[in-house]
Design a protein around this ligand. Structure first.
Ligand code: SF4
Ligand SMILES: [Zn+2]
Length: 315
């Protein structure tokens, strides 16, 4: 049994550890990494993790609030953060402006800054932002029109499991996701879906099966790209769920299976998130080689020969 019968906003907030101290004038992280681009080439993508006001949603598995402010950042702070990061980073073709929440939440990114932001990123071919499906409306079109490059919006689908999605407290249905993708596609805005591998309340095999089904759903809806994220602990609630047996992080082999199945669909680009992948290694001996293989699969969009190791004998 969980400590709370239902994990709602109040109980999720109560389980949280403290936030990190952040500076509203500085992004909290920034980097450039290669990605297999929509054009079929591997191209550099700059990712800027913007500091801004905490997302108003309270998803069960989310830990993005850790690097956010309590108040709306002043007008001008977001363009200043972008300029700061771009001055430090090597050149890149595309840029992700990830704000630990929803770009089109006006309390997160002041809409007065849209033109200045578009100006900061005018040299990039694609501008990728993240946004909740329920917040996809006219502001997306307004921002699209200000950009020199193309707009792509990353939407958290998380899972289509009919019992688990409501329990994630994302305040979203699969119909909301469908509506958002159709609206954006009709307005020439590309989409990618974030999908969780093994969210809470699923065992390992169910976690794999529902990640694959969720990718199929996202591609059917019309997204061009799926990014699979192994569900992590670290936000307070997940530790409590783990203690009562409702959550365990996925095994690395499940990440391998899901990427191979996603690529085999040939419906669009599929990536697995390999940030802190060591946390998920099933075997210390072959873990690094398996991570490198998935990195190469992300970059080539091809299924590569499997890594073999003695550990398979005891599986
Ligand atoms: S909508 Fe995204 S950022 Fe907001 S709580 Fe949910 S997962 Fe976190
Ligand atoms: Zn091994």
């Amino acid at each position: 049994m969980t400590r709370f019968a239902v994990w709602d906003n109040a109980s999720i907030l109560a389980a949280r550890p403290r936030k990190n101290l952040v500076d509203p004038r500085r992004p909290y992280a920034y980097l450039v990494e290669p990605e297999y681009a929509a054009c079929g080439e591997v191209e550099d993508v700059a990712t800027i993790f913007l500091t801004n006001r905490e997302c108003p949603f309270r998803c069960l598995m989310c830990d993005l609030w850790k690097n956010t402010t309590d108040e709306r950042v002043p007008v001008g702070a977001i363009p200043e953060q972008i300029d700061f990061a771009l001055a430090e980073l090597p050149p890149a073709k595309h840029v992700k402006l990830y704000n630990s929440g929803n770009f089109f939440d006006r309390q997160a990114i002041p809409h007065e800054d849209y033109a200045a932001i578009a100006n900061c990123v005018a040299s990039f071919g694609t501008v990728i932002v993240e946004n909740h499906p329920k917040l996809c409306g006219d502001d997306c079109l307004r921002f699209r029109d200000l950009l020199a490059g193309k707009l792509e919006i990353a939407l958290g689908l998380e899972t289509i499991h009919p019992d688990v999605l409501p329990r994630l407290n994302k305040q979203m249905t699969t119909d909301d996701f469908l509506r958002a993708v159709r609206f954006l596609s009709a307005n020439e805005i590309a989409t990618r879906a974030f999908i969780l591998l093994r969210p809470p309340f699923l065992n390992e095999a169910e976690g794999v099966a529902w990640a694959v089904r969720s990718m199929e759903f996202a591609f059917d809806a019309g997204v061009q790209c799926c990014s699979v994220i192994p569900t992590r602990g670290g936000n307070g609630v997940m530790e409590q769920l783990r203690a009562d047996g409702s959550f365990a992080p996925p095994m690395f082999r499940s990440l391998e299976t899901v990427l191979a199945e996603g690529l085999a669909m040939r419906r669009g680009r599929v990536f697995v998130d390999l940030w802190d992948a060591e946390r998920f290694f099933d075997c210390e001996l072959c873990g690094p080689a398996r991570r490198d293989r998935l990195q190469q699969m992300n970059l080539t969009q091809q299924v590569l020969p499997a890594v073999s190791c003695d550990c398979e004998a005891i599986r």
